[in-house]
Design a protein around this ligand. Structure first.
Ligand code: PLP
Length: 381
């Protein structure tokens, strides 16, 4: 008989089991859920403006498709999402072998981190960007050299190029960036591409592509493709499918073939694949979502201008508010939470004195303004 001894592994021994890079990681601190805020403060209304989700929800066609796909959930999903992959390839004018579909684009970042790095190779990115990249690099023991963002909160292209050395494996940029909402324009992005050595990979993370693509000098990374560039897109933002977990990468076939070996075999789920497939057909929903965000941003900028708030103009679905210091950022977000407005502190993204506001519906943004005015005297006097 096998006996399992209780408590044989003491705390010290558990620590000995864990590699140093994992010990160094800080657990993800999620924003408060609607349920938690309700239980704790019971405000009259709750507006979740914390996670850059689509506050309009998702397309009705997606819900129908998910409902239909429920029939198939006893079977494993298609491991290469063939139907969806073909559709994404056709829509983007690329070969299907240049597309890889995963459980959200964060999973793809993880796949990249575990596929390409040799010992001692490092990555370069900004000091203020998507925390998921910091985390996935950390999980895989990859050192990140962080280049400070410019005073306009943009990726510093020259700073990044200057940091490249023979051990640089990869550069990560989010365009538009999260949490700043800023972007590299066509000229700046081209300058980065042209000066990047051929053996350095570039992640061009376009999680907010749908919001940005109508901006005149925004460079669609697909139009400027190179063999060392991996483009990331997601269904979590404009398509409103964050809870289903589906995203994709577009890159050179040989890179995709290597990444296909390391992705989890059965990601994304059957429901996620069906939802994404249907979501691509509803272009009206995307148009409406983008229009709503653009209108919400203009209203918020006007409000901030009137109130004398410092902020960064954005081409994504969020706006970064610049506070005096970390304490004011904490006080403000806590006071807003008590009013039922859930915002995102972005210290883990490298900006402890800032707060990110996801653009919500008209009613939610009105709630934001009203709550702001209620607490302004306390914070800004
Ligand atoms: C820049 C950027 N990339 C990737 C992601 C991850 O998105 P998902 O894993 O939901 O596709 C996010 C989510 O906030 C993001 O802001």
């Amino acid at each position: 008989m096998i006996r399992i001894k209780q408590n044989v592994i003491h705390q010290m021994e558990i620590e000995d089991l864990v590699p140093e890079n994992i010990k160094q990681l800080k657990p993800y601190v999620a924003g408060k859920t609607i349920e938690e805020v309700k239980n704790q403060y019971n405000p009259a209304m709750i507006s979740k403006l914390a996670s850059n989700e689509n506050r309009l929800g998702c397309s009705k066609q997606v819900k129908n498709a998910v409902h239909k796909a429920l029939r198939d959930i006893q079977d494993y999903p298609d491991p290469i999402s063939q139907k969806l992959r073909k559709k994404i390839a056709a829509l983007n004018g690329v070969h299907e072998k240049e597309v890889l579909i995963t459980a959200g684009s964060e999973s793809l970042i993880s796949v990249i981190c575990r596929t390409f790095f040799l010992e001692n190779e490092h990555a370069i990115t900004a000091d203020a960007t998507f925390v998921g990249f910091f985390v996935q690099a950390g999980v895989n023991g990859i050192e990140i050299k962080k280049v400070p963002v410019t005073k306009e909160y943009k990726f510093d292209v020259s700073g990044i190029l200057n940091r490249i050395d023979p051990d640089t494996k990869l550069v990560y940029i989010a365009n538009p960036n999260n949490p700043t909402g800023t972007y590299l324009n066509r000229e700046e992005y081209s300058h980065l591409l042209e000066n990047l050595p051929d053996d350095v990979l570039l992640i061009a993370d376009e999680a907010y592509f749908e919001y940005a693509s109508n901006v005149l000098d925004y460079p669609n990374a697909l139009d400027l493709r190179r063999d060392n560039v991996i483009i990331l897109r997601t269904f979590s933002k404009a398509y409103g499918l964050a809870g289903l977990r589906v995203g994709y990468g577009i890159a050179n076939q040989a890179l995709i073939a290597e990444m296909t070996k390391t992705k989890l075999t059965f990601e994304p789920t059957t429901l996620a694949q069906a939802a994404a497939y249907a979501a691509l057909d509803d272009t009206e929903f995307i148009k409406k979502s983008v229009q709503s965000v653009n209108k919400g941003k203009e209203t918020l900028y006007n409000f901030f201008d009137q109130q004398g708030v410092h902020y960064v103009r954005s081409i994504s679905n969020s706006v970064l508010m610049i506070m005096q210091d970390e304490d004011s950022a904490e006080d403000f977000s806590q006071s807003m939470l008590e009013q039922g407005v859930i915002l995102r502190r972005v210290q883990a993204f490298g900006l402890p004195h800032c707060i990110r506001i996801t653009i919500g519906t008209e009613a939610e943004m009105h709630h934001f303004e009203k709550s702001f005015l209620n607490i302004t005297k306390k914070i800004f006097s």
